[in-house]
Write a protein that binds this ligand. Structure first.
Ligand code: COA
Ligand code: ZN
Length: 317
């Protein structure tokens, strides 16, 4: 049996939060459905932040409700929503969300810019929200943002990431997503960051979230896989970026990571041909071409396979 790699699709949140076009609920549902058809089972659907801070995701409650009504949420193993504070948690809980993602930047300044709190305040709020979620039976994942560098404060010390990860797991978080929010990381920095986290908490608890700002997203993911990481975030077509973290470009593309790992013999459960269809939908919704690297090559291969199949059919009929 091939070893599994879990890819969590964050395009609907991390991807769409930074687009000039606000995608309507129906468009988001169409995207979600196609991603599910392609085999995606872990999704970050939206975020319950201030609607005026991120208008692209102001329909969070409506989207969650529609995903449940249409039977899409129940086809997922994890349907997460990001919450920045207790108010966001309460809105998500009221909407029926069973899995939340909290955000804690490991640097001082990004917390202020992103969620208007100091690191100390943000850590405290994360603990409080995590405990409350545990009481409600809601799963918690904590993003440790800017884990490889902050646009304001520079490089992030791995020891700080480790201390915050341990603190959040103690508070009841079931997963930590180590996030290179602005794509500041280099593959050679990955072992010092991830090896101690994997030793301390294991594969089930640690996920890696890379951005492809400098074209190193896949290399970072591969290096993290060599350190034992088996859970990765990605966004279809490499959509993404954070409006509050200057310099952040899109996440590493789902199709690039699925290709990287499938080609190495891991099982992601994702059908690459079907992802190509999802990319067409992304383009139709946003009016621009995706940023992923492998899609053009995959499309070429698909065309060749189809031409060969047509030839064989013609010969046998
Ligand atoms: N959802 C909706 N409204 C919220 C809210 C939330 N999660 N949190 C606070 N508010 C409202 C409050 O009710 C209050 O409203 P009022 O003026 O009508 O009483 C107002 O916002 C101010 O509340 P305050 O607690 O001072 O929040 P803030 O203004 O410091 O905003 C955040 C904090 C985190 C909600 C805001 O900075 C935000 O949404 N940031 C977006 C972060 C993000 O999406 N980053 C990218 C992903 S990492
Ligand atoms: Zn991100």
């Amino acid at each position: 049996m091939p070893e599994k790699i879990r890819i969590t699709e964050v395009g609907l949140r991390d991807g769409l939060q930074n687009q000039p076009v606000a995608v309507p609920v129906e468009g988001k549902l169409a995207l979600l459905e196609q991603l599910i058809e392609a085999g995606v089972r872990h999704v970050e659907l939206t975020s319950f932040v201030r609607p005026d801070a991120v208008p692209q995701l102001a329909d969070a409650a409506q989207l969650v409700d529609a995903a449940m009504q249409r039977g899409l949420a129940s086809r997922l193993d994890d349907c997460m929503a990001l919450v920045p504070n207790m108010k966001g948690y309460e809105r998500a809980h009221a909407a029926g969300v069973k899995s939340v993602a909290l955000v804690l930047a490991v640097s001082e300044t990004l917390n202020v810019k992103n969620i208007n709190m100091t690191l100390d305040q943000a850590s405290g709020i994360c603990e409080t929200v995590t405990r409350r979620a545990a009481d409600d039976g809601v799963r918690v994942r904590v993003y440790l943002a800017a884990a490889m560098g902050c646009p304001f404060d520079g490089p992030s010390p791995p020891a700080r990431v480790q201390a915050l990860a341990a603190r959040m797991i103690d508070a009841g978080a079931d997963r930590i997503a180590v996030a290179d929010t602005i794509g500041a990381g280099h593959p050679q920095d990955v072992p010092a960051l991830f090896e101690p986290l994997m030793r301390a908490h294991g594969q089930a608890r640690i996920a890696a979230h890379f951005h492809d700002t400098r074209g190193l997203g896949s290399a970072l993911a591969w290096q993290a896989a060599l350190c034992g990481v088996r859970q990765f975030d990605a966004s279809i077509g490499g959509l993404g970026g954070c409006p509050f973290a200057p310099g952040a470009s899109g996440n590493v593309a789902t199709e690039d990571l699925a290709f990287l790992f499938e080609h190495a013999g891991f099982a992601t459960g994702i059908d690459l041909d079907r992802l190509l269809d999802v990319l067409d939908t992304v383009e139709a919704l946003l009016g621009r071409r995706h940023q992923g690297r492998v899609a053009a090559w995959l499309a070429n291969q698909r065309t060749k396979r189809r031409a060969q199949a047509a030839q064989i059919n013609a010969l046998s009929s």
